[in-house]
Design a protein around this ligand. Structure first.
Ligand SMILES: Cc1cc2nc3c(=O)[nH]c(=O)nc-3n(C[C@H](O)[C@H](O)[C@H](O)COP(=O)(O)O)c2cc1C
Length: 360
């Protein structure tokens, strides 16, 4: 079983990848999508969106990061993939699932699910140009407005030589509306060489088990669930007795809060207009599972001043420590927290507004 951290534009940037892979349980991450439009993507763009490329293409915890491309022109996609690989990418992921209207209008993402031959020619062009040792993966939805074309899409992606295919078990029309239709994947003819990965609505270990069962796929990609429960991959491994199979006691809120504070201190220092937005966005996911996250969210949601937010988070954490008489730290991370390898911040701060769940 592989557990992959889903690409999430405007949310899962390299800081979040670092934070979540430090906690552990993941076999791989994928960058936010990199749009390929009029020109091949230059190296500097790859390095900005995937600073891990300067560190062997892996997160600090050693988890490989594949670079995701989105576009409709086979030639430009292939040229961009070659630049990505020469910049250090350990794998290329092709996005055929993005539902955003602006992306679809410009010929990319899930719009291409209506044209399986076009998807095939993009995967084929990339596969032909990229070193055979580098995996080429694709990420799709069940279809554009129905799953009717799914068997053909899967067959064509396999024929083009993709190594893996991740299926987000909803159509574009479904958006992010639950449920995910994992069962649609199980009937599809399995190409031998291409592994299928199921994605969508996996928020807990029972969801993971059910997704595996209904889709007949072993490997899973975790999206919003990974943000709502930062140790979800460890919990799933522990419950399914997969990987190292070690028992894992789920994080308490104070253990998460220490990471929220650190995330704020690292991440939210960029453009003052957006100060705190990333942390508020993450708390928006966390409060689905932790009452304390909701309290902290309410305390900071209207604040705009960096120092005020920092003070409020600190106060919240001190109260937690006082109540439990314990000092919480990062002892359950796989890596030490202070050996930063980059001070860059993503330029995509606060651009994403979709998909943030409301309080449960
Ligand atoms: C805010 C947000 C940003 C996303 N950005 C990307 C992206 O850049 N590339 C991609 O392939 N999918 C993207 N997705 C889709 C996710 O990777 C995933 O397929 C989807 O959220 C379903 O999984 P989940 O139900 O576990 O969240 C995004 C989803 C969300 C909510």
């Amino acid at each position: 079983m592989k557990l992959i951290l889903a690409p999430m534009e405007g949310v899962v940037d390299y800081k979040m990848r670092q934070l979540l892979t430090d906690i552990g349980g993941y076999d791989r991450c994928v960058t936010e999508f990199i749009r390929v439009s009029a020109q091949p993507v230059p190296k500097k763009v790859f390095l900005r969106l995937c600073p891990e490329l300067e560190h062997g293409g892996r997160t600090r915890a050693g988890v490989p990061v594949y670079v995701q491309l989105l576009g409709g022109c086979p030639d430009l996609m292939a040229k961009s993939a070659v630049i990505g690989v020469s910049s250090g990418a350990l794998g290329i992921d092709l996005n055929f699932g993005c539902p955003a209207k602006t992306v679809n209008r410009r010929d990319g993402g899930s719009a291409l699910l209506q044209y399986p031959r076009r998807i095939e020619s993009i995967v084929d062009a990339v596969r032909q140009c990229v070193d055979p040792a580098i995996p080429v993966c694709a990420k799709i939805r069940l279809g554009f407005d129905s799953a009717d074309l799914l068997p053909e899409i899967v067959e064509r992606i396999a024929a083009a030589g993709a190594n893996e295919l991740c299926i987000h078990a909803r159509t574009r029309l479904d958006g992010y509306k639950p449920p995910a239709h994992w069962q649609h994947i199980s009937g599809i003819r399995r190409p031998e060489k291409m592994e299928l990965i199921v994605n969508g609505e996996i928020w807990s270990a029972p969801d993971a088990r059910e997704a595996q069962h209904q889709s007949d796929c072993k490997s899973l990609m975790l999206g919003r669930g990974a943000l709502a429960r930062p140790d979800l991959a460890r919990i799933i491994r522990s419950h399914l007795k997969a990987g190292d199979g070690r028992d894992w006691q789920a994080f308490s809120w104070p253990e998460v809060a220490v990471r929220v504070e650190r995330f704020f201190n690292q991440q939210d220092s960029g453009n003052h207009r957006y100060v705190g937005n990333r942390t508020k966005q993450w708390l928006g996911y966390l409060r689905k599972n932790y009452v304390g996250a909701n309290q902290l969210f309410q305390q900071i949601k209207k604040l705009k001043d960096r120092d005020e937010i920092a003070t409020m988070i600190k106060r919240h954490r001190s109260q937690l420590e006082m109540i439990s008489n314990t000092s919480f730290n990062y002892t359950r991370d796989q890596t030490k927290p202070f050996d930063e390898f980059s001070s860059q911040t993503s330029s995509r701060l606060s651009r994403t507004k979709i998909g943030v769940p409301t309080a449960a």
